[in-house]
Design a protein around this ligand. Structure first.
Ligand code: PGA
Length: 263
């Protein structure tokens, strides 16, 4: 796993947005896997800025979101459909038919999940999968104990996840949906590149476990150690419990030096 440590959250968002921009400039029909939550918001802001100031063109891009709550309508103010429209889709030139988000209904979910997986394959697979990480090491809504080979399916959320998301639902944990549809860990692992983002001290333990701990279903993000191309972009606080901080910084400095030499 490549680990890039930036001094601040602003630095993290800049580096992550640049990785996506570079990939999009090379491949205008980029297939992006997208995440919701507070962490990627700054990355989406930076991409919107690039669209507005540099004309970064999203007209050929296809997106697949990781997850969606079950049991709230898609137009609910805290659905992930609404989140994506507010923070990205309505602010860039992506055709709405290119944007895929799991359907927020339990009825017919098994067929829906199969179709979602098939649509990812039909699009040629995900080029870059953006990921946040839960304090317990979840990715998407793959809670600890999720099969590391799991596919898109319905999952029950842990109390800890529902508590973390309660502020979006008026502060009451009981108002947070109990289930979600999420891409599986196995689905995520098929992305050509994973871009794991984490900011703040509250994520430090999860990041240390994911990057340097044993690979275990107890920390679903730890499976990314087996992914050939995962880049974790962190701020100092989220990196603070890593054992090899100096080494990761040296690796990144050398990479920048090489890139500068290549012009
Ligand atoms: P956050 O959520 O970005 O809001 O911290 C990440 C996650 O729980 O996956």
């Amino acid at each position: 796993m490549e680990i890039i440590i930036q001094p601040t959250y602003a630095g993290l968002t800049e580096v992550a947005a640049e990785i996506i921009r570079d990939a999009l400039l090379k491949k205008p029909s980029l297939v992006l896997g997208l995440a919701t939550g507070s962490t990627p918001i700054g990355v989406y802001e930076a991409l919107v800025q690039m669209h507005q100031t540099e004309g970064l063109d999203f007209s050929g891009v296809t997106t697949f979101n990781l997850d969606e709550y079950v049991g709230i309508p898609s137009d609910h103010s805290y659905s992930y459909h609404t989140f994506m429209e507010t923070h990205l889709f309505n602010l860039i030139n992506i055709p709405s038919e290119n944007c895929h988000i799991p359907q927020s209904t339990a009825v017919g979910h098994a067929e829906f999940c199969e179709r979602y997986e098939a649509a990812i394959v039909a699009a040629g697979g995900i080029d870059i999968q953006v990921l946040g990480i839960g304090k317990d090491g979840h990715i998407g809504f793959n809670e600890p104990s999720s099969s590391l080979g799991s596919r898109t399916r319905i999952k029950t959320l842990t109390r800890r996840t529902r508590e973390a998301n309660a502020p979006h639902f008026g502060g009451t944990v009981d108002a947070v949906p109990k289930m979600a549809i999420t891409m599986g860990v196995g689905t995520i692992m098929e992305a050509k590149q994973c871009l794991l983002l984490a900011g703040g001290e509250s994520k430090a333990e999860a990041i240390a476990n994911a990057a340097e701990g044993p690979i275990t279903a107890e920390v679903p993000a730890s499976v990314l150690q087996m992914h050939p191309q995962t880049v974790a972009v962190l701020d100092e606080a989220a990196a603070s419990q890593l054992k090899r901080i100096d080494y990761y910084k040296e690796v990144y400095a050398n990479k920048l030096e090489l890139l500068a030499q290549e012009g």
